[in-house]
Design a protein around this ligand. Structure first.
Ligand code: 6R9
Length: 660
């Protein structure tokens, strides 16, 4: 694996040079600083005594038994946080706010894609989660069982996650844009007993079936006992008697009363699958006390969230970790009032998000660079038509944000008044790790600035030595943190191997990202250094897409690269060799793109498919993606001396116009 520099840095080399000459800074206004949750002494307090600091943060939650030890790192890299402590995660996110007299506060302003809406108070949420918990218990599920959730962004998806948490069931949310095959493999890996889904989902204004994919998946997963179906689109569904149950039949008649049981701080809360460098997604395991502590802590400080005052909106889908930590667990633990939106940003028109901001007077808005770039493309006149004066903090997550997009976001969405928090973290880290603190940090457009108080992160060289100001290398986390992953489900060796072997001697967690310090010591994230692409903030491995392509009868070999893309960050470009050496394109590109969509999901569809006669390989048979990236990004092809056959690139370049 090469150190991240130039073309190998995931982002294009030019972008990197531009980034590091970025010198604009935006210090917080006195007004904002005055009222901010974060104060400049926070970092000092955290470094004076990290464990005491985290213990103080855990005090944000209600525990039924105190912990005896803040951190047990004796079995590293398997951490235990708040050892011996007990709590119920759902109680912390719901009931306690009702108990403290805030039952009438809106928890969720839910906005459906077709324009239907629901206001759900904390008292409503408690009733709905109580009913759902009673229903899941009545199906015979007990603490420790796994439940797959395959649903669009409707309130029942959140009730389901919280009902699982309440019963100590471990949920595995599978993005509803994923294929039946992706769902099947995740159910199989986690040995889930129940899938919760819907009849259909709205996609760009039209209902599309969803349960059909579940039927296809569970035909091959014997561990599934029931399929619980919420009626959302009134789409016709096939029904397997005894296995399939309607949500309205099973949940609606249940009692709203449900007494929460306390679980150990380390009780498994969820598994979330994410792409790694091999074709098989990793089931990232998170537990309860430490996870919720850091989700709540970061949501409080990074977004400067004020319970009962702010209206918060995170535009992620619950199928991603951002939806877990910053729609469900962090905000609800902090008694947020939040907007949850079901649909796409341009349904029915390109001002939909701004219309929602105006309607609910959203004050904190958290989204992804890919969407900001899309808004830029649609034009600044669109947000200009709406009253966005309620906004006071803007956030970004999922991939590096280009300074240009940052400046546009600041001006056209934030009215040059709102601090922008660029938040770096991963499915594995569970919660935000690197971000500015609004009210304290002077922000630079495009930089995530530095690790949060209590977090140890640094940029090191090839041999694990920290680089100085102006230096670049690999991003590592050098201290355990409360919301860290507790492993990969069922695969201890892969866990050690993926994250802990690269800098084993130093005991660092290797994040897989390249990073640099600028001359002031601010951190700039440069993209992945491994074979993981980042398309619109979604992690997709090159191997996953290659495997999907090769599973098509006409494909002999495939190599996939992420090429920089002005809107999606990276776009997927596939080079394929057809069986029998055929080079004629025809409709093959469309056929293969559809095939990938079926195997993985539409988000993994290659932007471009090139039919080639050969692939560039080293003598050891490793595909040199660097060279293919040069082709995909229309650059001069780089050094070919390590190729087994150095004429291959000429062959590829000369035959390129076909098939794409
Ligand atoms: C939360 C989330 C994690 C990968 C991560 C990195 C990229 C996320 C970023 C960022 C630069 C940011 N990433 N946030 N890169 N700046 N603010 O996205 O989790 O889906 O697991 O992706 O996303 O490459 O390693 P996940």
């Amino acid at each position: 694996m090469a150190p991240p520099s130039g073309n190998d840095a995931g982002q294009s080399g030019n972008a990197l040079d531009n980034l590091l000459t970025e010198s604009r800074t935006f210090p917080p206004s006195a007004e904002f600083a005055e009222q901010a949750n974060a104060t400049s002494d926070l970092a000092e307090r955290a470094s004076a005594d990290r464990e005491a600091f985290w213990a103080e943060q855990a005090g944000r939650l209600s525990w039924t038994s105190d912990w005896d030890q803040v951190l047990d790192w004796s079995a590293a890299p398997f951490a235990k946080w708040f050892v011996g402590g007990k709590l119920n995660v759902a109680y912390n996110c719901v009931d306690r706010h009702v108990d403290s007299g805030h039952g009438d506060q809106v928890a969720i302003h839910w906005e459906g894609e077709p324009g239907d809406s629901r206001a759900i108070t904390y008292a409503d949420l408690k009733d709905e989660v109580g009913k759902a918990a009673n229903a899941l218990a009545s199906l015979g599920l007990t603490a420790g069982d796994r439940v797959a959730i395959y649903m669009p962004m409707i309130p029942e998806a959140i009730y389901s996650m919280l009902a699982c948490a309440r019963l100590g069931l471990t949920h595995s949310v599978v993005f509803a844009g994923f294929s039946a095959e992706a769902l099947r493999s995740r159910i199989e890996d986690a040995e889930a007993k129940l899938v919760i889904t819907t009849d259909g989902q709205f996609r760009r204004g039209k209902p599309a079936p969803l349960k059909t994919a579940v039927d296809e998946a569970v035909a091959q997963t014997p561990t599934i006992q029931n399929v619980l179906v919420v009626k959302r689109t009134d789409t016709d569904v096939e029904w397997t008697e005894g296995r399939d149950l309607w949500w309205h039949d099973v949940v609606d008649g249940q009692s709203t009363e449900h007494t929460p049981e306390s679980f150990d701080s380390e009780h498994p809360l969820f598994i979330l699958y994410t792409s790694g460098t091999t074709g098989k997604p990793k089931g990232i395991l998170h537990t309860s006390g430490g996870y919720l502590t850091q989700a709540a802590y970061t949501h409080h400080y990074v977004f400067d969230h004020k319970a009962g005052e702010d209206v918060y909106w995170c535009t992620a889908d619950i199928g991603w970790v951002t939806g877990h930590s910053y729609i469900v667990y962090g905000p609800l633990a902090n008694r947020a009032t939040q907007v949850v939106y079901e649909g796409t940003p341009n349904t029915p028109h390109e001002g939909r998000h701004w219309e929602i901001v105006q309607k609910y007077k959203v004050s904190i808005y958290y989204t992804a660079p890919t969407l900001i770039r899309t808004f830029m493309k649609w034009g600044a006149d669109i947000p200009a038509k709406y009253d966005l004066s309620s906004l006071r903090v803007l956030g970004s997550v999922g991939e590096p944000i280009n300074p240009e997009a940052w400046m546009w976001y600041r001006e056209h969405v934030g009215g040059n008044r709102c601090p922008i928090v660029d938040t770096w973290w991963q499915t594995e880290t569970g919660a935000i790790m690197i971000a500015p603190l609004p009210g304290v940090t002077a922000c630079k457009p495009g930089s995530a600035m530095g690790p949060l108080p209590g977090i140890g992160a640094k940029v090191v060289d090839e041999s694990g030595v920290a680089v100085g100001k102006g230096g670049g290398g690999y991003l590592v986390l050098d201290q355990p943190w409360p919301s860290m992953l507790r492993g990969i489900w069922g695969d201890e060796e892969r866990f050690r191997d993926t994250y802990w072997s690269r800098f084993a001697e130093q005991g660092f967690y290797f994040a897989g990202d390249g990073a640099k310090y600028d001359s002031d010591g601010a951190v700039w994230l440069l993209g992945r250094v491994d074979d993981v692409m980042n398309v619109s903030g979604h992690r997709i491995s090159t191997t996953e897409v290659e495997s999907a392509l090769v599973s098509h009868a006409k494909v002999a070999e495939a190599a996939v690269v992420g090429a920089s893309d002005p809107t999606t960050g990276q776009g997927i470009v596939a080079f394929v060799i057809l069986r029998g050496g055929a080079t004629e394109g025809g409709d093959i590109a469309k056929e293969l793109r559809d095939h990938v969509a079926k195997e993985i999901g539409p988000i993994a569809k290659p932007r471009q498919i090139m039919v080639v006669p050969e692939l560039p390989k080293t003598r050891s048979g490793k595909i040199m993606r660097r060279l293919l990236r040069d082709v995909a990004e229309n650059r001069q092809v780089g050094d070919v001396t390590t190729l087994a056959d150095s004429t291959v690139m000429d062959l590829i370049s000369s035959g390129l116009n076909r098939g794409s």
